[in-house]
Design a protein around this ligand. Structure first.
Ligand code: DSN
Length: 419
């Protein structure tokens, strides 16, 4: 290629808008200097960021490849066709829609494709690990539909499949949603399929959190079981912020119409191109190794935090995340989050199942290993991170020393390398 690449050009940003340039550099420093344990975040590759920061951002392309409402779509058509083909190949899916702007947008489209206002939808309760779009009263899903919530068993903290079936038989939902934001264990998609079939419901899997592990072939795929699978592209999958849907061919038309024109206008073509890049990266042996290490790291970190006195919800993790009950250390989730923040370890407070504390306080924290694994950290570093978290929570007065230890660890495993 002999044309100049008009992509990320930091010098022009710095001269045009030094204030925003400072924010961009400040965020890079934050990423490099601290430990990122938000389970839903990752560090996208320079190739993904290059596609995101490209001229594709300029193009209006309402419609689908070959059927657009604007001229000049010949290049973006190629990007979208490549993204669709890669998504179908990677996930063994019959159809893919790569346009959703986010996971919430993908979920809105799923409701729109299959449900009418007022329909009953059975999904995991937010307080038990679900998502706002799974029927929360403050979200479209709870306001426009009739949500019924399921949860986990109090004794095992694993999904209560008997209760899911009982609720399905009682309420006859139009759609059942499997998937969560704070559930560390594998989900039995065959069990959900059987329940959905028994009551004639659509089975939607919100795979946002774990789709990257599916891509890496380290956990079972929901695709053979679900009518529709929605997900985000920026978590373990390590792509741009965005959403995606794969579904059975019979639902292709309904899903495409639900994304555009029903719930979205012009797709973000720079993001679609960046999704294609991420899907290519996720199809490599290196990515499979990465996904396996993400899971190994989450297990190691959970074990280390148990050794620091926290209680591991459900007794462990099979995925990229773990949920820890911090009450044995005599702190709330909010306090634990704040004390970790003070030493530049970023994680989030999280409700645990049957949490007596309000969500803004919470009794737990959620940790995830996509970012630290991208930085090259492995089990030995996870043991060290667990010790630092334990000390930060127990001994907030030592924040200075702990921060110095964090710096040593991140210097040895830098995010985005060093200049
Ligand atoms: N906000 C995401 C998470 O952190 O799990 C889900 O949308």
């Amino acid at each position: 290629m002999n044309t100049p690449f008009w992509g990320p050009d930091f010098d022009s940003l710095a001269s045009t808008d030094p204030e925003i340039a400072d924010v961009v550099l400040g965020e890079l420093d934050r990423l490099r200097g601290g430990i990122q344990l938000i389970a839903s975040e990752n560090l996208a590759s320079p190739a993904v960021l290059a596609a995101l920061g490209s001229t594709l951002s300029n193009k209006y392309a309402e419609g689908y490849p070959g059927r657009r409402y604007y001229g000049g779509c010949e290049q973006v058509d190629v990007a979208e066709e490549i993204a669709i083909a890669r998504a179908k190949e990677l996930f063994g899916a019959e159809h893919a829609n790569v346009q959703p702007h986010s996971g919430a947008s993908a979920n809105l489209a799923a409701y729109a494709a299959f449900c009418a206002p007022g329909d009953v939808v059975l999904a995991m309760d937010l307080k038990q690990g679900g998502h706002l779009t799974h029927g929360s009263r403050v979200n479209f899903s709870g306001r426009w539909f009739s949500p019924v919530g399921y949860g986990v068993r109090q004794d095992t903290e694993l999904i209560d499949y008997d209760r899911v079936r009982d609720l399905a038989l009682e309420h006859r939902p139009r759609m059942i949603i499997a998937g969560a934001t704070a559930y560390p264990r594998l989900i039995d998609f065959a069990a959900f399929r059987a329940i959905a079939d028994e009551v004639g419901a659509i089975l939607m899997v919100d795979a946002a959190h774990f789709i990257g592990l599916v891509a890496g072939r380290v956990i079972p795929s929901p695709v053979p079981f679900a009518d529709i699978v929605t997900f985000t592209t920026h978590k373990v999958l390590r792509g741009p912020r965005g959403g995606m849907i794969v579904c059975r061919a019979e639902h292709a038309k309904a899903v495409d119409k639900a994304v555009f024109p029903f719930s979205q206008g012009g797709p973000l073509m720079h993001s679609v191109a960046a999704k294609a890049v991420a899907l290519k990266e996720a199809a490599t042996p290196e990515y499979r190794d990465y996904a396996a290490q993400v899971v190994a790291n989450a297990a190691a970190l959970a074990m280390g935090l148990a050794a620091e006195g926290m209680r591991v919800v459900s007794g462990g993790t099979d995925t990229h995340l773990a949920l820890l009950d911090v009450r044995p250390l005599n702190v709330t989730g909010a306090e634990a989050e704040g004390r970790c923040d003070a030493v530049t370890i970023t994680l989030n407070k999280n409700a645990i199942p049957f949490d007596p504390a309000p969500p803004a306080v919470a009794s737990g924290i959620r940790i995830g290993t996509p970012s630290v694994t991208t930085q090259g950290m492995a089990e030995a570093e996870m043991a060290e991170v667990a010790r630092l978290i334990g000390r930060a929570v127990r001994e907030p007065d030592d924040a200075g020393e702990i921060t110095a230890s964090v710096r040593r660890l991140t210097a040895a495993n830098p995010a985005y390398g060093r200049d």
